[in-house]
Design a binder for this molecule. Structure first.
Ligand code: AHR
Length: 323
């Protein structure tokens, strides 16, 4: 378990690995991984960590990049089934439309593990889901803003993640729950930036234009750090100070957001560990080798970071992890 430990401690992410008892190991097992794509720094890190952990465990990992398209993921999963893999990992780009292909995997007796995003559908179609509590992530972000602005009037613009994805749905819900009943906090604009830096910038430019050059915006809430980094650039281009004139709150805790905190340009982020593979492989090991059924939902931590939390140190701890 060398890689698990190095990644966890190196990133200051201790506590995210499960203390699952390992059975015989996954040496030589063939596991398919249908990844969404590389839309964000966080996604790149999840891919790197999964490959590194698989290599350490001697797993023959079949990796398929879906380039953000569900149809590519379905094709990849069907390919894994045809190859007769031992298990399948899938990070589902959107929440709906999985029943048919996951039923095919079930009929072929291939266990499926969902990574980092959830689906709408019967729970018996997957062995377990390793993900954060995404509603909580939104709530933590919203609660930070409630505390930061106190009674001040604050118009918030929201950069949503990919339409129809579980993090976009749930992070929106959690944030709205946190600000519910606070009459001074209002979401005035909300649009998807598709979890990418370039779209985050583009959409924020539109918000600034529509809101009197940004004067009517008190805060931007982005469903991930990459969109926040894009928004920071748009705020600077408009001649305003991100982090001061417009507060910046987001989710992921990637190195670039800590660099922005060091520069005084970001105010809060909620951590999402890129190490979903550690718990996933532990669950598969126990299941394939000892028949142990894992918990249906394996929930990772959602820790808030602000400029008070040694952003330079957090940057240094994360920068070598494939972001
Ligand atoms: O599903 C997790 C989300 O997907 C991350 O927060 C985001 O960066 C990625 O694109």
């Amino acid at each position: 378990m060398k890689v698990f430990k190095t990644l966890a401690l190196g990133a200051g992410l201790s506590g995210l690995l499960l203390s699952a008892a390992y059975a015989e190991g996954l040496q030589g097992k063939v596991i398919g991984f249908s990844q969404i794509g590389s839309e964000s720094g966080w996604r790149a890190a999840e891919t790197s960590v999964t490959k590194a952990v698989a290599a350490e465990l001697g797993i023959d990992l079949k990796f398929a990049d879906a380039q953000q398209k569900q149809e590519n993921q379905i094709k990849a999963i069907r390919g894994f089934i045809a190859q007769g893999v031992d298990a399948i990992l899938v990070a589902p780009v959107v929440a709906t439309g999985w029943e048919e292909v996951l039923t095919e995997a079930k009929e072929a007796s291939i266990p499926v593990v969902l990574l980092d995003r959830g689906i709408e559908g019967p729970e018996d179609l997957y062995l377990t889901s390793v993900a954060s509590d995404q509603v909580k992530e939104g709530r933590v972000a919203g609660e930070w803003l409630v505390g930061a602005v106190a009674d001040k009037q604050c118009n918030v613009v929201e950069l949503q993640g990919t339409v129809g994805s579980s993090p976009a749905i749930n992070r929106k819900q959690g944030f709205e729950e946190a600000i519910a009943g606070k009459a001074n906090l209002v979401i005035t604009r909300s649009q998807t930036g598709d979890f990418t830096r370039s779209k985050g910038k583009e959409v924020m430019e539109g918000f600034i234009k529509a809101e009197d050059g940004g004067k009517n915006i008190c805060a931007v809430y982005a469903h991930n750090d990459d969109m926040a980094v894009g928004a920071i650039q748009a705020i600077k281009d408009a001649g305003l100070k991100p982090g001061t004139d417009i507060l910046v709150i987001s989710i992921d805790a990637v190195p670039d957001i800590f660099a922005a905190m060091v520069a005084g340009e970001a105010n809060a982020t909620v951590e999402l560990t890129p190490n979903m593979a550690g718990p996933a492989f532990a669950a598969l090991d126990a299941y394939l080798n000892a028949g142990t059924m894992p918990e249906k939902f394996i929930i990772t931590e959602s820790k808030l970071y602000t400029p008070a939390d040694d952003p330079q140190g957090e940057y240094d701890r994360r920068k070598g992890l494939g972001y």
